[in-house]
Design a protein around this ligand. Structure first.
Ligand code: ADP
Length: 756
């Protein structure tokens, strides 16, 4: 008995086969990609739809074969034939979703699956109830089973290959599905071909059977295709969602990996200080062995202090970067698990994550304890060095005090015009820390009026950019006492401010000693002058006697002219005038001597040095006469005035002239000449006194200026040393040299601007 194939139904069966294959490939991908419950759902759904698909293909294919006799189907057997492809599909999906597929496993799975499908086919055929017997051609059966196994193996291989769901595989998948669909159909139709239907007259057992019309076949095909379509659609939708979530997951995983592997500590905490998450680096930072230990031990209690947190929150509110509150680089000290403290550099952000009830902190931090320690060690070292320096300075000051030096320190803030003093400076100025305002002008007010202008000048120099300060001045204290101070300062720029740091040395005692020395020198010079004047007694007597004699003679003459009869008034008047002149001359001599003897402080004034020389010659006239010395004057005309003290310079001239007279005392073989010369030499005026005495031996030229050096029996050896001191006090120089005939003494005096 031969039947015929309904071509529509055959086509449908092939379409179902292709759809089922496509669904199988898709479902394999889903099962592999999902986990847990989702995987179970996909496995179950996939198994059922694939199983139904395979079964429907077969069943529709079977229905497509029209026998000339009515055929019913025993539905329990049909159900059994449905169960078999479902089981085979379950096995197939489970196998292809495994991580690896070994050839042995693939072969075994292919055998089982192919066997299952072949079994489905023949069980399905066994459900046929009709008035005919079925005989199977063993070769055809063998081929169909072989095809079933080959198809299963190919299906497994393709499903395993496409399960990773790479993009752009749809066309390949479709092609594979088509091959598989034709293969499964081929297997079915080979199986059908292996069967031979022979009519019998036996009435078939129609219990538990259903007869299916062409419409029913179409219904089964439509439902199956719908089911497979739905399966493919769900796969696609799920894959899209899954793709998105895979992306999200992979980015979250990347973030998580970064979070976990970061060497910087990271944590997330609620605003009330509960740590929600942290990484290992954070845990290690706080002294925990792991993140889990850190989280379970509630590290926040140690780490986050509530006031600290409030501080951070308020700082965060002030600093917002791109509308997100972010606080960068906060340095804070935190406590570790063992109680020790560490310094961390923290970067905090306030995060309003979606779905979270309240904002959280996200923070990254690194341990900067070592840096802080070295910073503080460096600071401590600097401080120690400064203290050492101060200490050493104090010791030096102590030494200075012991040595009788009183050094005050001051620090003048130039910008603010204030000054800070040490105790000694307070003492020098006669202030106490309570009574001094600290203002520079109040200090300057205590400076002696004669020195103040000079000091103000120096201060102005500093304010105008000078870098050093040096001044000597007197301070007049409120009790009237005076303190001489020698002050020196240097400029120091510190943290943007400009200071003059200085010292003030109390030099009152030095000044006093200098004063006494000066007084002693003046006194010594006076004594020396008196001694010299003693030597001039004859001259003085002569100088005074002469005019006195003239006064007496002219007075007598005047009386005579008056006594004459008639009195000659004119002659008497003239005689009286001469007497008065002589009296004036005598009084001048006395006045000059008085001036020399007078105890007076030096008076500097512009002097005509030629005039000074002439006056001294008047005083020494008698000595010169007595010593038979001839004076030659070679005085330059129009010499500039030199600043000097008349009495002192007369003393110098007198010493040099008298020494010359003394030196020539024993000279008998040649004229006793004293040449006195003046001349201008650059900015100086030079005075030379040259005699024709025995002269000076070379070794004596410097010795003779030593105090108390004398070669004379009645000499005291002070004349030359005092003369040199006087000339030097005038800024000049006095020296001696041997000349052609005797000794040459000369001194020069600077002209200067002669303002005195
Ligand atoms: P005194 O005149 O009391 O000795 P001086 O200081 O004036 O003291 O002189 C010191 C010495 O210098 C003199 O004793 C003398 O030996 C030497 N002396 C000074 N003037 C001359 C001179 N014109 N010629 C040679 N020797 C001189």
């Amino acid at each position: 008995m031969t039947g015929s194939y309904d071509s529509l139904q055959v086509g449908l069966s092939v379409l179902i086969a292709i759809s089922a294959s496509y669904a199988a490939l898709d479902l394999a991908g889903r099962v592999t990609a999902t986990h847990g419950w989702a995987r179970l759902v996909w496995l179950t759904g996939g198994t059922i739809s694939m199983g139904i698909g395979i079964w429907a293909m077969h069943f529709v294919g079977m229905l497509a074969y029209n026998l000339p006799i009515p055929v019913s189907y025993h539905w329990p057997t049909v159900l059994l034939s449905l169960l078999l492809p479902i089981l085979a599909s379950a096995l197939a999906l489970a196998v292809v979703s495994q991580e690896k597929m070994s050839p042995v496993r693939a072969l075994l799975s292919g055998l089982v699956m192919g066997g299952g499908i072949a079994a489905m086919h023949y069980v399905g055929m066994a459900a046929m109830r009709m008035a005919a017997s079925v005989r199977f051609n063993p070769f055809g059966v063998f081929i169909s089973v072989l095809l079933a196994i080959a198809f299963s193996l190919a299906a497994l291989w393709l499903a395993f290959h496409f399960r990773d769901e790479q993009i752009g595989v749809v066309v390949k998948k479709l092609g594979s599905a088509a091959i598989m669909g034709f293969a499964v159909s081929g297997m079915h139709y080979t199986g059908m071909w292996a069967a031979t239907f022979t009519p019998t007259h036996r009435t078939p057992d129609l219990s538990h059977t259903v007869s299916l019309s062409s419409l029913s076949t179409l219904g089964i095909a439509a439902v199956t295709l719908l089911l497979l379509g739905l399966a493919i659609l769900s796969c696609d939708v799920d894959r899209r969602f899954d793709g998105h979530s895979v992306e999200l997951r992979s980015s979250a995983e990347q973030n998580r990996r970064l979070f976990e592997r970061s060497l910087a500590g990271m944590y997330r905490a609620t605003l009330d200080g509960r740590i929600l998450d942290c990484n290992d680096a954070f845990a290690l930072l706080l002294g925990y062995s792991s993140r889990t230990e850190c989280l379970s031990n509630n590290a926040a209690d140690l780490f986050i202090d509530s006031t600290e947190m409030q501080k951070l929150i308020s700082q965060l509110k002030e600093q917002t970067v791109l509308s997100q509150p972010v606080l960068r680089n906060v340095e804070r000290c935190v406590r570790k698990r063992d109680g020790t403290q560490i310094w961390v550099l923290e970067n905090v952000a306030l995060v309003n994550s979606h779905g979270a009830e309240s904002p959280t902190f996200e923070s990254t931090l690194i341990d900067i304890t070592d840096r802080k320690r070295s910073e503080s060690e460096r600071l401590a070292e600097t401080r120690r060095q400064a203290e050492d320096t101060v200490d050493q300075w104090q010791k030096r000051m102590e030494l200075a005090r012991e040595a009788g030096l009183r050094i005050g320190l001051w620090d003048w803030d130039i910008v603010n015009s204030t000054v800070v003093w040490s105790d000694e400076t307070y003492r020098q100025f006669g202030f106490s820390p309570a009574s001094f305002s600290g203002k520079i002008e109040d200090a300057v007010a205590r400076i002696h009026p004669e020195d103040r202008l000079r000091v103000e000048e120096v201060i102005r120099g500093v304010l105008e950019g000078g870098s050093a300060y040096a001044a000597q001045y007197r301070i007049v204290r409120p009790d009237g006492s005076t303190c001489w101070v020698d002050a020196h300062g240097i400029l120091a720029r510190n943290h943007g401010s400009t200071h003059m740091l200085g010292i003030g040395i109390d030099i009152t005692n030095i000044k006093k000693t200098e004063g006494s020395l000066e007084e002693a020198k003046t006194e010594l010079a006076r004594v020396a002058r008196i001694a010299t004047i003693g030597e001039l007694t004859t001259t003085i007597a002569h100088e005074i006697n002469q005019p006195l004699g003239a006064v007496v003679a002219n007075g007598s003459a005047s009386l005579r002219w008056l006594d004459a009869n008639p009195p000659n008034l004119n002659e008497a008047r003239e005689a009286m005038a001469r007497a008065i002149d002589q009296a004036i001359r005598a009084s001048e001599v006395i006045a000059r001597i008085r001036a020399l003897v007078r105890k007076a402080t030096p008076q500097m004034q512009p002097l005509d040095i030629n005039q000074v020389i002439r006056e001294v010659l008047t005083l020494t006239k008698s000595e010169l006469l007595k010593g038979e010395v001839r004076v030659q004057l070679d005085l330059a005309a129009g010499l500039p005035a030199v600043p000097g003290d008349r009495v002192q310079l007369e003393q110098v001239m007198m010493n040099l002239i008298l020494n010359g007279i003394d030196a020539m005392n024993k000279i008998a073989d040649r004229p006793r000449n004293l040449i006195i010369r003046t001349k201008k030499n650059g900015d100086d005026v030079i005075v030379q006194i040259e005699d024709s005495g025995p002269g000076l031996k070379l070794e004596e030229t410097s010795l003779i200026f030593e105090p108390f050096f004398t070669t004379k029996a009645q000499g005291i050896g002070m004349g030359l040393s005092i003369s040199r001191a006087i000339v030097e006090a005038h800024g000049g120089r006095l020296w001696a040299a041997a000349s052609a005939h005797g000794a040459l003494f000369q001194f020069l005096l600077p002209v200067g601007n002669c303002v005195v």
